[in-house]
Design a protein around this ligand. Structure first.
Ligand code: GDP
Ligand code: MG
Length: 601
């Protein structure tokens, strides 16, 4: 198949507008998968199937005969959630056109607009598609009008379909072929390829998903990574059809995979956005513009519920981290929870998806501490320190005099129908936001720009935003740097001893409320003891909340009637042993399950 008959495209849509369903249909039409089997082939991970969201962009090649000629079509499914923005961007970079998919019953929504701009900025050709025309509430005319006013797309070029019933889906590929441009590039030029994605395979090592811009890639080729200067020998090249299928070469314009021999060991060697060329052509080839690598925004501590599982869990976590280059990992130890790990994620959804995968694919049981963002401290001597573990945050006012405390901010862009504007502004203000800009986009849509502390954003801001706008608001954000802020560390104390697993950095305005919640909640998990237990929340030496658990007389032998001394001794011995398994804090015993309960609620 010559390059004029290649088409690389993706589907841009708001969440739930039917992107994955439509992808399945297209794979069926082209015979890439059998009808009815393997629903949502592109959502490979268990968590994706379960939650019905696409987390990792997956990709697939299809062969399609149109007017007697074979076409090589390449489809990339993209995630819709804001946590996975980096994945979205890299899928756009690997394609030349996009289907702009809109739900006929909902019309153009916030993230269609946000994602449209991303796609548009990447220079993609856009094809309007209206989906779900089978629904009684469908109003395709209105959707088309919106696409015209919002995006200046010609309604006459639009395709109206039902991905669910299959109605008119067969018109999509001909439209792609006729309207979307083939890739550009030259077979005669030296190899230039862009790394779009990578994943880890136990046998083959890291597998790279690449877009070839110029030249040809074959097994046995010596190639070099512009960024790292590391050299590799190509072992196998192929296309995703729908799974890895080897071919003899990948040519200019194609998207496919390759791996090396010997295999690449770490996905961290495969930074998305890196350019590769043949060894010896480093001075001839101009590398592609790089991507911004996603930085972790949210950190959590993770600990095994059962310590004997540590080694097993360590393996599982290492394995998952090797597969997802945007997760960072460090060992951590806590007085209360023992040995564990500190993990960095792109957002809270990313973190909970990771946790789910660990549970589903590795059968792991974990205690996860409250999420924290990376705070910054500038010492007197100018030394800067990023703090991703609250345990290392300075504790009191006397220490604060010696340094500056800063917290990370983001610039959030929220698109919302005007009727919810008031509530959204309220939400932003109550999350310590400052308004930067407000634009009335169309008759009904408003675009709000707010500067928000990242800590507020990761505290389920997206969920709350969805809640108050009945799902109509969308959110995108970018890094807005660090700013000085009165942030402090709130500690939980049990009989005056700090419980390190339950400490959190927050703005001073939040300590009273959080402190009261903590002590009330923790009280539920403390067993009544032979002595009084005092639970406090404190910032440095200042106590902000307190609860007391009254003493109780507890004696396991009480139910025995006098005499049998050996039996009594045995019971006491047993009780002692049981206690050893628990963590003693301020002479109070709290088992792992209680921590889990406290941290989960
Ligand atoms: P995505 O989030 O964009 O990938 O959306 P999905 O493909 O997961 O679809 C979201 C929901 O819409 C699912 O419950 C689908 O069954 C449903 N859906 C998708 N296409 C259609 C359609 O054409 N008609 C109807 N009625 N439902 C659809
Ligand atoms: Mg999907």
């Amino acid at each position: 198949v010559p390059m004029e008959r290649f088409r690389n495209f993706c589907i841009v849509a708001h969440v739930d507008h039917g992107k994955s369903t439509l992808s399945d249909r297209l794979l069926e039409i082209t015979g890439t998968i059998k009808p009815g089997d393997n629903k949502q082939i592109l959502d490979k991970l268990d968590v994706e199937r379960e939650r019905g969201i696409t987390v990792k962009a997956q990709t697939c090649t299809m062969l399609y005969n149109y007017k007697g000629e074979d076409y090589l079509l390449h489809l990339v499914d993209t995630p819709g959630h804001v946590d996975f923005r980096a994945e979205v961007l890299s899928s756009y970079r690997s394609t030349d056109s996009a289907l702009l998919l809109v739900d006929a019953s909902q019309g153009v929504q916030g993230s269609s607009i946000a994602n449209f701009y991303l796609a548009f900025a990447q220079g993609l050709h856009l094809l309007p598609v209206v989906n779900k025309v089978d629904l009684p509430s469908a109003d395709p005319g209105r959707a088309l009008d919106q696409m015209k006013t919002n995006f200046e797309l010609d309604p006459n070029t639009a395709v109206l379909v039902s991905a669910k019933t299959g109605l008119n889906v067969e018109s999509i590929l001909p439209a792609v072929i006729e309207q979307a441009p083939p890739p550009t590039g030259s077979l005669a030029n030296p190899l230039k390829m862009l790394l779009i994605d990578s994943w880890y395979d136990n046998y083959k090592g890291v597998i790279l998903l690449v877009r070839i811009f110029d030249g040809v890639l074959k097994p046995g080729d010596q190639i070099i990574n512009f960024a790292t200067k590391k050299k590799y020998t190509v072992g196998e090249v192929g296309i995703m059809y729908p799974l890895e299928t080897a071919v003899s070469s990948l040519r200019a314009g194609q998207v496919g995979y390759c791996y090396f021999n010997p295999g690449m060991k770490q996905t961290s060697e495969a930074k998305v956005g890196s350019t590769f060329c043949h060894v010896g052509f480093e001075d001839t080839v101009v590398p592609c513009e790089g991507f911004e690598e996603p930085q972790p925004m949210v950190f959590v501590g993770a600990f095994p519920v059962d310590h004997s599982e540590f080694a097993h869990l360590d393996d599982s976590i290492q394995q998952l981290v090797t597969n997802d280059r945007s997760v960072t990992l460090q060992k951590e130890s806590s007085e209360a929870l023992g040995q564990g790990w500190r993990l960095g994620f792109l957002g809270t959804l990313h973190a909970s998806v990771f946790e789910d995968r660990l549970r589903q694919e590795h059968g792991a049981s974990l205690i996860i501490t409250s999420p924290t963002v990376p705070y910054k401290i500038i010492h007197r001597d100018g030394r800067e320190e990023i703090i991703s573990n609250p345990a290392f945050f300075p504790s009191g006012d006397h220490e604060f005099k010696q340094l500056e405390r800063l917290e990370p901010y983001v610039l959030a862009t929220i698109t919302v129908p005007e009727e919810y504007l008031g509530k959204v502004i309220e939400l932003c203000e109550s999350n310590r936001g400052t308004q930067v800009e407000i634009t009335f986009w169309t008759a009904s849509q408003v675009i709000l720009k707010y500067k928000l502390p990242l800590a507020q954003l990761v505290n389920d801001f997206f969920g709350k935003l969805k809640g108050i706008s009945k799902g109509y608001a969308s959110l995108d954000y970018e890094d807005a740097g660090y700013e000085k802020s009165d942030i402090v560390r709130l500690n939980l104390l049990v009989n005056k001893e700090p419980v390190d697993a339950i400490s959190q950095v927050m703005h001073r305005s939040q300590v009273m409320r959080t402190g009261r919640q903590w002590v009330a909640k923790f009280k539920e998990f403390v067993q009544r003891e032979l002595f009084e237990v005092v639970i406090q929340a404190a910032v440095g030496k200042q106590i902000v909340a307190r609860e007391t658990v009254k003493a109780v007389r507890k004696d396991v032998t009480a139910k025995l009637y006098g005499g049998d001394r050996t039996r009594r001794m045995k019971l006491l011995e047993k009780q002692k042993e049981g206690r050893k398994k628990l963590q003693a804090i301020g002479r109070v015993t709290i088992d792992q399950k209680s921590f889990q309960g406290f941290l989960q609620k």
